[in-house]
Design a protein around this ligand. Structure first.
Ligand SMILES: Nc1ncnc2c1ncn2[C@@H]1O[C@H](COP(=O)(O)OP(=O)(O)O)[C@@H](O)[C@H]1O
Ligand SMILES: O=C(CO)[C@@H](O)[C@H](O)COP(=O)(O)O
Length: 478
């Protein structure tokens, strides 16, 4: 196809809290229409969603773009790691276990003990934590053997949606690299045997730049049958595509999860487990560190204090470790929220600022490790790309500037995961690489915020509190 022929593609971001869709002009990158629909996530100690709700939300979000019938190609970026179990009719056996459900922490620990950290890092690229699909499958076998026995197919969230659109049993290297059973050579058959999982139950890994299939008749999405469906990918991999990221350029994403990552030329293998050695959606790597407590934890703190989320105040000695959901970075699945250093004169606004600081701290502490793991240079003067819902908030922006000491760029394009999926869909039509498409669209352009002097005192206070929190976080709170 000639770029410039008014083709339209639709990119979809099926994330934890909602589905967003964008209709994009392939030639210019102009966003022609947008749609959004919310999901429900169960509460308490459980983080589960019904995959059929994602499918309904996808239909609503795609319809709301106003371009479903005109789209020539479509692609789905989805929340990583979630375990979707399907029966022989392709129906969910039970709700999906999500990336932020820490009930699988004991199974992750057992898997790590069985093979050892070095072997995991070398084979899977990552030492699996509770978020990884392998740990979730082990949890299901142990806790709901009947559900595991009824499972005929295992999918990631984006695979499930690609399957509903096209009928294809397809995934991509990026999202597959967050399962624990993917290697660059293919699925790890030894690990699958240990997990009692047949490789035939898993989707085929589609090569970058190739289609997974075509939209089926009667999907109810408004998309025309025959519309090309790209392989899709994990949401962080999709955002990397959406930014057209060049190797070595760091990104901080503030959403339901907090993530820090870079595209790198080297394959990461961090035995400490801080850096997940994901593959990107093309032919590079995506070392990434992820926190479970980001925008939701800060918003919850603001609500508890009865404050607007922007009502932060400087100063004070309070430290908040906002580990409402347990934590993944640092690896403290049994943690809960902790406040330390309160004084009579501590204000609510200072406490709220401390929650922002506590949430940003672990991500920024992992930034250099991410670059090192992928063999890229650390340059503290390099700007940090700030994305995700939180990137729109001034309090988040200033927190990141103060704790990183780096210049921060806020891309004007809002929905970078959906845009990355759109770039993947467009690449099917134009024959370009998806990251080249995004660079042509200029998606990473946006406001540059000058660096602020690094607040070493705040960083030291948080590090010290974390260090001394010790046994408080070792076991579930009674
Ligand atoms: N202006 C803002 N300031 C701070 N936080 C915001 C702002 N707008 C949205 N958010 C936060 O962004 C989060 C959603 O981010 P998003 O990246 O869309 O989530 P997800 O990771 O599920 O895709 C919400 O939890 C909300 O708290
Ligand atoms: O688990 C990870 C990364 O490893 C998360 O980043 C999920 O991919 C969820 O993403 P959001 O819903 O926050 O976008």
């Amino acid at each position: 196809m000639q770029v410039g022929s008014n083709e339209v593609v639709i990119g979809i971001d099926s994330s934890t809290q909602s589905t967003k869709a964008v209709a994009v002009d392939v030639a210019t990158g102009a966003v022609l229409g947008e749609g959004r629909a919310a999901h429900t996530v169960s509460g308490g100690a459980v983080r589960e969603s019904d995959p059929r709700e994602w499918w309904r939300a996808l239909g609503q979000a795609v319809a709301a773009t106003g371009y479903a019938e005109r789209a020539a190609a479509v692609s789905v970026g989805g929340q990583q790691h979630g375990l979707v179990t399907l029966d022989t009719d392709g129906e969910p056996v039970r709700p999906a276990l999500l990336w932020n459900d820490v009930r699988s922490a004991p199974q992750a620990a057992a898997l790590v003990a069985e093979l050892g950290r070095d072997t995991w890092a070398q084979r899977a690229g990552s030492v699996p934590g509770a978020s990884f699909t392998a740990a979730k499958w082990a949890w299901l076998r142990e806790n709901e053997p009947e559900a595991a026995a009824r499972t005929a197919a295992v999918r990631l969230p984006h695979d499930y949606l690609t399957g509903r659109l096209s009928g294809a049993a397809a995934t991509d290297r990026g999202d597959a690299s967050g399962t624990g059973w993917w290697t660059p050579e293919g699925y790890d058959l030894d690990l699958l045997a240990r997990l009692g999982l047949d490789a035939g139950m898993l989707p085929t890994v589609v090569e970058a730049g190739k289609a997974a299939g075509e939209v089926l008749a009667g999907t109810g999405t408004g998309l025309r049958p025959g519309t090309l469906v790209a392989a899709g990918t994990g949401d962080n991999m999709a955002a990397a595509l959406g930014l057209g990221l060049a190797p070595g350029r760091p990104v901080l994403s503030l959403g339901t999860s907090g993530t820090v990552y870079a595209v790198t030329r080297g394959r990461p293998a961090d035995p400490s487990g801080t850096v997940c050695g994901f593959a990107d959606a093309l032919d590079h790597w995506l070392p990434l560190a992820c926190t479970l407590n980001c925008t939701l934890a800060v918003d919850r703190t603001a609500a508890l204090l009865g404050l607007d989320r922007q009502a932060v105040e400087p100063g004070g000695t309070a430290v908040v470790l906002p580990y409402f959901d347990g934590e993944r970075t640092p690896d403290l699945p049994y943690a809960s929220g902790l406040i330390h250093g309160l004084r009579h004169d501590t204000t609510g606004g200072q406490l709220l600022q401390a929650a922002y600081d506590g949430a940003a701290y672990s991500l920024l502490a992992a930034l250099d490790q991410v670059l090192v793991a992928g063999g890229e240079q650390i340059d503290p003067g390099t700007e940090l790309l700030l994305i995700g819902g939180g990137a729109q908030g001034k309090a988040w922006q200033d927190t990141v500037r103060r704790l990183s000491g780096r210049p921060v760029r806020i891309p004007a394009a809002g929905e970078l995961v959906a845009l990355g999926a759109a770039a993947q869909a467009a690449a099917l039509l134009t024959g370009e690489r998806a990251d080249e498409v995004a660079r042509r669209w200029g998606t990473s352009a946006g406001r540059l915020l000058e660096p602020l002097p690094k607040d070493d005192a705040a960083l030291e206070r948080i590090a010290d509190t974390l260090h001394r929190s010790g046994s408080l976080f070792d076991q579930p709170t009674v």
